[in-house]
Design a protein around this ligand. Structure first.
Ligand code: FAD
Length: 395
């Protein structure tokens, strides 16, 4: 049985239905077939940054979809952006997360950066600029309200000192978004990788079992000086900016999980329709059909939620609620589907030759990366408290 092959991909969309225009999807699927599927297994096996895939997608405009035309973008809708992440991750979640770290940098600069920084950086995405988003430190993961990485004002700019951990795409990034502690709170900086004092290190935790797009490196900042306008937005507003940016990236993280879940489902369906036991196809066993019925319902439900979140971003309303729900449900559905798909495929599901181990590893890692399920539930809890304070006299 072939891996997430073009053969399976050719009928997948008939089962899952289109959420954006046929023209956009046709072009996108052709790009995924040519630029992602051929490299997917190698990227995961050798834990490589998917440079070839990302550069090819960039040349076709997929890393600058959401940007205004003045920055070389296509001013696409967030629904279309979500479709990009779903389809690319059907083939390779590693490519999905490589695109996410680009989207995160682009979003924060677009929303909060000074005009001079926007002019400097935004046109570079069309040229294939690769970026990372560095929040986490050895002692600060979910809780980034206080950071050990520091930034101090110097003449005409800022000096940064510290170390960030688990940095996705860090092995290939040409620039980083860095969260650092400044005298009045946490602040965000744009930091080009070629500046003196920047280095990366492949620490003992850099290699993860899922979402492998090259080592998730440690990033070391040793007296790095950046100009004044490389502070993004207002000093001390870094947490708010990071959380707003996460609302965008959590929605497409949900789309990545849907891509994984669909790939696992399709692989198992192809297997069950071909494999025979007790003189019938495995798909003819009612118990197996029930597995598929559950998986299909869960994928459809999570997919609806992910596109609802994309719609909320397009409409600018309640985005923290929808993006948190989308990532929470989709990541859990992906893990469940990958696990069930393995069960359906029997021994063939467990082999290294099958892609199902990759799907399970990628799906599980996304219950933690980019905001764990527990933190997403906390966000939803806060949303409900705010709602109750505003609307319920009894709270
Ligand atoms: C594959 C991968 C890629 C990553 N890429 C990046 C990246 O590019 N950039 C970056 O900055 N970071 C990155 N990270 C780090 C990631 O964002 C953190 O791992 C994540 O935020 C959780 O932090 P932690 O691992 O330190 O867990 P901790 O914060 O130490 O939490 C440990 C456990 O406690 C739970 N917990 C913590 N606080 C609460 C609470 N208030 N209520 C209930 N439960 C709680 C957590 O959910 C978790 O289950 C990546 C991680 C992975 C696995």
């Amino acid at each position: 049985m072939n891996h997430a092959s073009n053969e399976t991909y050719s009928w997948s969309h008939q089962l899952w239905g289109d959420r954006v225009s046929p023209k956009f999807l046709n072009d996108l699927r052709e790009a995924v077939s040519q630029d992602v599927i051929p490299f997917a297994e190698l990227i995961d096996r050798d834990d490589l940054y998917p440079l070839e895939s990302v550069k090819r997608l960039a040349r076709k405009g997929y890393t600058s979809l959401l940007l205004d035309e003045q920055w070389g973008g296509q001013k696409a809708s967030f629904q279309e952006c979500t479709a990009l992440f779903e389809e690319a991750s059907y083939a390779s979640a590693a490519v999905g997360i490589s695109l996410i770290t680009i989207l995160q940098a682009q979003t924060i600069i677009k929303l909060f950066g000074a005009p001079s920084l926007q002019e400097l950086v935004l046109p570079q995405f069309k040229q294939g600029l690769i970026t990372s988003y560095a929040l986490t430190e050895a002692n600060h993961g979910s809780d980034i309200r206080q950071l050990d990485t520091k930034a101090y004002r110097v003449a005409n700019g800022w000096r940064l000192q510290g170390r960030k951990s688990f940095i996705t795409s860090g092995s290939a990034a040409e620039a980083y978004i860095i969260l650092a502690q400044t005298p009045v709170g946490v602040s965000t900086f744009f930091v080009p990788a070629q500046l003196p004092g920047i280095s990366t290190e492949e620490g003992k935790n850099a290699s993860t079992f899922g979402l492998r797009n090259g080592p998730h490196v440690d990033l070391i900042l040793d007296e790095v000086i950046v100009p004044e306008d490389h502070l993004i937005g207002t000093e001390g507003k870094g947490i708010r900016q990071a959380l707003t940016t996460l609302d965008f990236s959590r929605t497409v993280a949900g789309a990545i999980s849907i891509g994984i879940a669909r790939a696992a489902f399709d692989h198992a369906l192809r297997f069950a329709a071909a494999r025979k036991a007790f003189d019938q196809h495995v798909l003819d066993f009612q118990g197996i059909q029930w597995y598929f019925a559950d998986m299909m319902s869960h994928i459809d439900a999570a997919r609806l939620l992910v596109y609802e979140a994309a719609n909320a971003l397009d409409q600018h309303k309640d985005i923290d609620r929808w993006s948190s729900q989308a990532k929470l449900l989709a990541s859990q559905v992906a893990t469940r589907c990958a696990e069930k798909a393995i069960q359906i495929c029997g021994a063939y599901g467990v082999t290294e030759n099958a892609p199902l181990g990759r799907y399970l590893r990628d799906a599980k890692a996304y219950e933690i990366a980019g905001g764990s399920s527990e933190i997403l539930k906390n966000t939803l809890g806060k949303h409900l408290i705010q709602f109750s304070k505003k609307n319920l006299a009894t709270y």
